[in-house]
Design a protein around this ligand. Structure first.
Ligand code: SF4
Length: 277
């Protein structure tokens, strides 16, 4: 969940002029934006953040949790396995796991070596096996094998931190939650929504900008944008739907052809159409 120093807003906001050579018109726009942003009021920030969320909603109308699950427990297990692992790899691992371990009791009574074999491809499998067995035992002991519905109860369970709890609340129980993963933190700092590094502080800062009912979908949209457009090393600024409102415009290539080649994922064509490509 942490980000490297090179991903901090301070570094990035200081970098644009050196990192790219915007076209003259874009450079002028960037200068104007820099001036206006220095004077940005709290209300201006709230309006800009909500406008960016609305643009992202158009860009990613199908944004969703990219982990496969059918029950709250499956989502909890998949989220635990997703630590230091891609969602794609987790999704390749979970069908067999969920078939073999259908409920909390199955995890509570699991043979550790067998469970480790199922989850080995996701990495850190010994720690993850500990979490899954502990989770199963705690659910059985305190909650009749079901996942509780509150943040306070969820974060007391083995393997479940605040990020995982927000994923579960937002996607399995319909309780709005902001999921601050590495993409989310990087992007909201690039956007000047917050300068906080600590994920919990980021969560609270963004929660004060964006309407509560939007929190879960906002999280998915931001993560989608981070995976497909606003990459850690080479963000596709030249074809980004948020360029007009982004104070970090220019930290990645601004040439549209170069930027277009950086856009990833099944939405690439749609995203490029939105910027007139
Ligand atoms: S313009 Fe877009 S791609 Fe570039 S830093 Fe801003 S959000 Fe990321």
């Amino acid at each position: 969940m942490r980000v490297s120093p090179s991903e901090t807003a301070g570094n990035e906001l200081a970098a644009p002029a050196a990192a790219a050579a915007p076209r003259p018109a874009a450079a002028g726009a960037a200068k104007r934006k820099t001036r206006s942003r220095q004077a940005e009021t709290r209300l201006g920030l709230v309006r800009r953040a909500r406008r960016m969320n609305r643009v992202l909603a158009v860009a990613f109308p199908d944004a969703h949790c990219e982990l496969d699950f059918t029950t709250p427990l499956e989502l909890a297990v998949a989220t635990i396995l997703s630590a230091q692992c891609t969602d794609t790899r987790v999704n390749m691992t979970t069908p067999a796991l969920f078939a073999a371990y259908p409920d909390a009791r199955a995890y509570a009574e699991a043979n550790r070596a067998e469970l480790e074999e199922y989850i080995r491809p996701t990495g850190f499998y010994r720690n993850k096996a500990n979490s899954l067995i502990g989770l199963g035992q705690a659910l059985l002991a305190d909650y009749d094998g079901e996942l509780p519905h509150t943040m306070e109860e969820l974060v007391r369970l083995p393997g479940i931190g605040r990020k995982t709890a927000n994923v579960i609340l937002g996607n399995a129980f319909g309780v709005p939650g902001i999921t601050v993963d590495t993409h989310f933190g990087r992007l909201v700092r690039r956007w000047g929504w917050t300068t906080e590094e600590d994920p919990v502080k980021v969560e609270y800062a963004v929660g004060e900008l964006i309407e509560r009912k939007e929190w879960t979908l906002l999280s998915h949209r931001v993560i989608f944008h981070g995976r497909r457009v606003c990459h850690s090393r080479k963000p596709a600024c030249g074809v980004c739907v948020l360029a007009k409102d982004c104070p970090s415009y220019g930290i990645g290539p601004t040439d549209p052809d170069t930027a277009a080649a950086l856009v990833k994922g099944p939405e690439a064509e749609h995203l490029l159409e939105l910027v007139g490509r």
